[in-house]
Ligand binder design. Structure first.
Ligand code: HEM
Length: 434
């Protein structure tokens, strides 16, 4: 109870600065981090040529006065960053001393038919411009925290299209967790897999390998994200023992997943404490046990499980706090699965759905690199298996939207019961998609 209230307290403490996220920072640390006035000028001077060369958005800038746009952007970034500047474009069609007529963001952009993918493309160009000017990731993230909510004023167009648009921000589809859902390594998050925006779709395939001294676990599968709302996944797990007497052990499990985003937006809602919330279901079917023929065991029911198939239901809440360079996730899962289902469902110690908490915290080092840790509590249904919580620490690298690599140090408790050693090991996962 005490730990729950401290988690709630931490959430509140993190949420409080969000209420004011659209107002400029009150100290000038971000301004200094961007390099002050000269640094911001260099960023904008790098940014504008990138935008004008970006096939996704360059046509929108035809015939506009880019010198004027650049001057306004410098003011705006400087003011948001807590610098000694005043953005002169915030008053609707008002004449201001020395600068002429200025307009607010909605007025400026409303005829441009800007979609989510275009908004994100421009923001990505800004991230690249900051990267090229050696702005540390935590300050770049602080500027993005101010700009992301401007989607409300700037994006006016819904352009439903059959083609994948790869329009989401890098890394915001998460990676594939070990049961195939979009998330971290062991926990499903509320993020929808793939890079399709709400106007499009995306998909990916993953392969994961975890090796410990006692066993190895492989998982591979595909995920499709539709309209940044619905995620469909298919995954297969293969668990193999590597130490006698379980060196021939071979268990396979197939998992079908569906996840729906029901509220919030992890990326654009930077000025709101509301996380992105999704509900999901994983249907798991254990395909049987090989390698224990000598013991006459070929099915998880012979190990004490009540069933060889079952459902997990979960609700996940994910918040990306660009201002703090953090991603926080909490998942609550109702499950009967023993070791994810590898040892079947239900048992002599319990056969009902039990609620298990899972949590992830990650630090967004820069737009391509994320460091994090996860925890997943487990039920204990089988008397013969001392099932324990899973946890990991991970580093995920996103060199592009088509490929990501995750390395983790994982502990899945003691799955192979005849070997009493701690069963920890290295987890490597590759994901390719769009
Ligand atoms: C976070 C996102 C964005 C920010 C912060 C932003 C900011 C600005 C600012 C400060 C101006 C100058 C306003 C003025 O002259 O008074 C401007 C103008 C403009 N922006 Fe954006 N913008 C964003 C997204 C976009 C996107 C996605 C597009 C199109 C792909 C776009 C296209 C334009 C154009 C064409 C102008 C010139 C309009 C004119 O002079 O009438 N902007 N923007």
């Amino acid at each position: 109870m005490r730990s729950l209230s401290s988690i709630a307290g931490l959430g509140l403490a993190l949420a409080l600065p969000l209420a004011a996220a659209q107002t400029p920072y009150t100290d000038d640390a971000t301004y200094a981090g961007l390099g002050g006035k000269d640094g911001i000028k260099r960023i904008v001077d790098t940014f504008i040529p990138l935008v004008l060369a970006d096939a996704r958005i360059k046509d929108s800038f035809d015939d506009f006065d880019m010198v004027q746009v650049g001057a306004r952007l410098r003011e705006q970034f400087c003011e948001f960053a807590g610098g000694p500047c005043r953005y002169t474009g915030q008053h609707r069609d008002r004449t201001m001393d020395g600068v002429g007529t200025v307009r607010d963001m909605t007025t400026v952009h409303q005829d441009l038919k800007i979609t989510d993918a275009m908004f994100n493309a421009l923001t990505e160009d800004l991230q690249i411009a900051m990267e090229r000017n050696q702005v540390p990731g935590r300050f770049a993230n602080k500027l993005i925290a101010k700009l992301a909510p401007m989607r409300r004023d700037i994006v006016t167009e819904r352009a439903a299209q059959g083609r994948p648009d790869a329009g989401k921000f890098l890394a915001t589809g998460g990676v594939s967790q070990v049961e195939g859902a979009g998330g971290g390594g062991i926990t499903p998050w509320a993020l929808i897999g793939g890079y399709g925006t709400r106007d499009s779709w995306g998909a990916n395939a993953h392969y994961t390998h975890l090796a410990t001294q006692d066993y190895k676990l492989d998982s591979y599968g595909v995920a499709v994200g539709i309209a940044d709302r619905l995620e469909l996944t298919l995954a297969r797990q293969r668990f193999q023992g590597s130490l006698a007497p379980l060196n021939l052990l071979d268990i396979r499990q197939d998992i079908v997943g569906v996840k729906v985003r029901v509220a919030g937006d992890a990326v654009y809602g930077q000025d709101s404490p509301m996380p992105q919330v999704a509900i999901g279901m994983l249907y798991k079917r254990n395909q049987g046990v090989d390698g224990l023929g000598a013991l006459g065991v070929s099915n998880v029911k012979q190990l004490g499980a009540k069933d060889d198939h079952g459902y997990d239901y979960y609700v996940a809440a994910t918040k990306i706090l660009f201002e703090q360079s953090l991603l926080l996730n909490g998942t609550l899962r109702a499950t009967r699965a023993n070791q994810m289902g590898l040892l079947g469902f239900g048992g002599d110690q319990g056969d009902s759905l039990r609620l298990m908490p899972e949590a992830s915290v990650a630090y967004l080092v820069n737009r391509k690199l994320v460091l994090g840790a996860e925890y997943r509590r487990k039920p204990h249904n089988l008397g013969v298996d001392n099932e324990k919580a899973y946890y990991d620490v991970f580093v995920a690298w996103f060199p592009s939207k088509n490929f990501s690599l995750t390395a983790a140090y994982v502990s899945l408790g003691d799955i192979t019961i005849f070997n009493p050693k701690r069963q920890r090991g290295l987890y490597l996962s590759a994901q390719a998609g769009f």
